[in-house]
Design a protein around this ligand. Structure first.
Ligand SMILES: NC(=O)C1=CN([C@@H]2O[C@H](COP(=O)(O)OP(=O)(O)OC[C@H]3O[C@@H](n4cnc5c(N)ncnc54)[C@H](OP(=O)(O)O)[C@@H]3O)[C@@H](O)[C@H]2O)C=CC1
Ligand SMILES: CC(=O)N[C@@H](CCC(=O)OP(=O)(O)O)C(=O)O
Length: 343
């Protein structure tokens, strides 16, 4: 059994990791941390986990975490890079759900996250944890920078088009709608029900942190810089991301449906819907899947891609477990096969 530690076990992504790993056949979660809830049972905080875990939270402690084979960081930006070097030196693999190991350019990291990077050696060997783009590198990695949720849905929508060279590389638009759980469990005025229900609004229009990872990764796919205008919106959902991406076709005759089906035919967690379909966020709720539909706008020169994920699963904890499976040479789908919830 793989011995697992979760740092940040009381947060939404930490709890989602525990939910997924509780039914993973090759994993034993040994350490679950929280500074504020140390000593309390996890199923007291999350009653849906009653009968699935006996674990209690403990304060984060590197010496204890060294007994694990892999440690997931489900913590705010800036935490993993402090603790990871000592853990990696002790032979522990790291899957970080924050942004500490996503961006290769430390100046970009400082610009977006307002802090200096304190583990640049590890950053240089870290792998961006999007299996659909980096599967072979993830298999060999010791440190994974698990992607952001908007960034995951956006990249899966646009990568096939950029890889095939069928769209203009600038003037691309990615309009993303997210549920409120993307903001985490911490108490904030902007996350209150009365502030978010019956409401839709754009945010971070002049620049969102995920812009940098979208630019980095789609630039690799395209083989040069890409110009993507990314704008997130907050919607009154709990879970879910819906990206609508627009790009200009270089060649109007390309068979877009065939292109997407061919690109994702061997991907266990990307579902290309039949031509003409429109994916719903609730069709992926609780599941580690991205559902995609590709359309041509009436002008026949604009491609419109619709991409939906659950921000806490394919957008965070499910993807992190997918990476862990690859890092340990397991079947990539272990623990991740449950269908999404309906309705
Ligand atoms: N929510 C989402 O949809 C997504 C989130 N992410 C990223 O995943 C990470 C976790 O997000 P989320 O679960 O939403 O966050 P939450 O705010 O819900 O949870 C944060 C967790 O981290 C712990 N924590 C906070 N500060 C520290 C610290 N200094 N040292 C150790 N533990 C700490 C908290 O517990 P305690 O304070 O008790 O120690 C808590 O368990 C973030 O980096 C986020 O950006 C990525 C993709 C999607
Ligand atoms: C609703 C909401 O606030 N969502 C978060 C994205 C969550 C995520 O993917 O997190 P990180 O990239 O920060 O790890 C946001 O837009 O900042």
């Amino acid at each position: 059994m793989i011995k697992v530690g979760i740092v940040g076990g009381t947060g939404y992504t930490g709890a989602e990791l525990l939910r997924i790993l509780a039914q993973h056949p090759q994993v034993q979660v040994q350490v679950l941390t929280s500074r504020q809830e140390a000593g309390r049972r996890a199923d007291a905080l999350y009653p849906s986990l009653r009968g699935h875990t006996d674990l209690c939270y403990s304060a984060p402690d590197v010496a204890t975490l060294k007994g694990c084979d892999v440690v997931f960081f489900a913590t705010p930006h800036g935490t993993a890079m402090q603790m990871a070097p000592e853990l990696v030196a002790a032979g522990v693999k790291i899957v970080d759900l924050s942004a500490d190991f996503r961006l290769k350019d430390t100046a970009q990291f400082k610009h977006w996250y307002k802090m200096d990077h304190s583990a640049t050696d590890l950053l240089s060997e870290a792998v961006y944890g999007l299996p659909e783009l980096h599967r072979d590198e993830i298999r060999k990695a010791r440190v994974i920078g698990n992607p952001g949720c908007h960034a995951t849905a956006t990249q899966l929508a646009l990568a096939p088009l950029l890889a095939a060279g069928v769209i203009e590389t600038d003037g691309i638009i990615a309009d993303s709608k997210t549920g409120i759980s993307g903001a985490g469990r911490e108490l904030k005025l902007g996350s209150m029900y009365s502030e978010t229900a019956d409401m839709l609004k754009a945010y971070a229009v002049t620049g969102h942190r995920h812009q940098s990872e979208i630019d980095q990764e789609l630039g690799i796919v395209a083989g040069g810089p890409v110009g993507v205008t990314f704008v997130p919106h907050l919607t009154p959902m709990i879970r879910g991301i819906h990206v609508t991406a627009y790009a200009r076709l270089k060649d109007r005759s390309v068979d877009l449906q065939k292109l997407f089906e061919a690109r994702y035919q061997n991907e266990p967690f990307v579902d290309v819907l039949p031509a003409g379909d429109h994916p719903e966020t609730r069709s992926v709720r609780g599941g580690n899947v991205c559902r995609i539909a590709v359309h041509k706008a009436p002008d026949t020169k604009t491609v419109v891609v619709l991409s939906v994920i659950d921000n806490l699963v394919k957008g965070a904890s499910g993807q992190a477990v997918q990476c862990m499976n690859l890092m340990f040479g397991l079947d990539e789908t272990l623990g991740l096969k449950a269908p999404p919830l309906m309705p």
